[in-house]
Design a protein around this ligand. Sequence first.
Ligand code: ADP
Ligand code: MG
Length: 256
Amino acid sequence: MGKIITIANQKGGVGKTTTALNLGACLSIEGKKVLLVDSDPQGNLTTGVGILRDELSLSLYDLYMNSSSLETAKVQTAYENLWIIPSTIDLVGVEVELVHRENREFVLKKMLSQFGSDFDFIIIDAPPSLGLLTLNCLVCADSLIIPVQCEYYALEGLGLLMKTVELVRAKLNPALKIEGILLTMFDGRNTLSKQVAEEVRKFFGKKVYNTVIPRNVTLAEAPSHGKPAVFYDMRSKGSQSYLSFAMEFLSEESTR
Ligand code: ADP
Ligand code: MG
């Protein structure tokens, strides 16, 4: 079975989707077979790999509703080694429609287990909430990568996320690990950015990756061209930082 990693933080705009997209792309360049799972109804990961939502007939929603098979919902992107289970705004409905279903926290886990060892890594982009969709993302994961934006209030909400992780471990997924904390949108000219990075390192110690993702315009621009940054402008600072991060991730993931 490939390793399942969820990119989680219930705060919006911290770099979850950017991290899922670019870590996935960088790992695919390294020859790893990667499946991205867009679990955010906003569908930014889907458009980020150049898939037009209007043209989709099947998405993660259909899988939750048991109205499609994994094989048919899975889409090969324009890039070698990189697949995605796309999402559309329909996915919002899952929160309501699962409420009365038995084992509702285990739907995604059951779904993904069918893939066996088809992929080296399955990377899931979680939505900015702690509802049922996110719970499914936490229950099926081997580990979590938590992006933390180097801005004021960065640590706010992390306590609640850690508490949720504890609850999930106690009741639903005892093996859930924190893969690592990734500092994002770092601005070296900004004292606050440095202070926040220091504070996060003090709090989470070795769990924080050495690689820091800088604030970089290519990372923000590339998705509007339907490309992960590394396939849009490999030499940009942002692309290089995600390539370094992918290497650090690969060298450490077995020991974390
Ligand atoms: P989330 O998925 O946590 O809501 P996103 O990855 O969508 O966060 O990032 C929020 C916004 O910030 C997006 O417009 C994205 O393109 C932009 N962004 C993300 N990371 C960076 C970065 N390192 N530098 C500049 N812009 C970034
Ligand atoms: Mg997102």
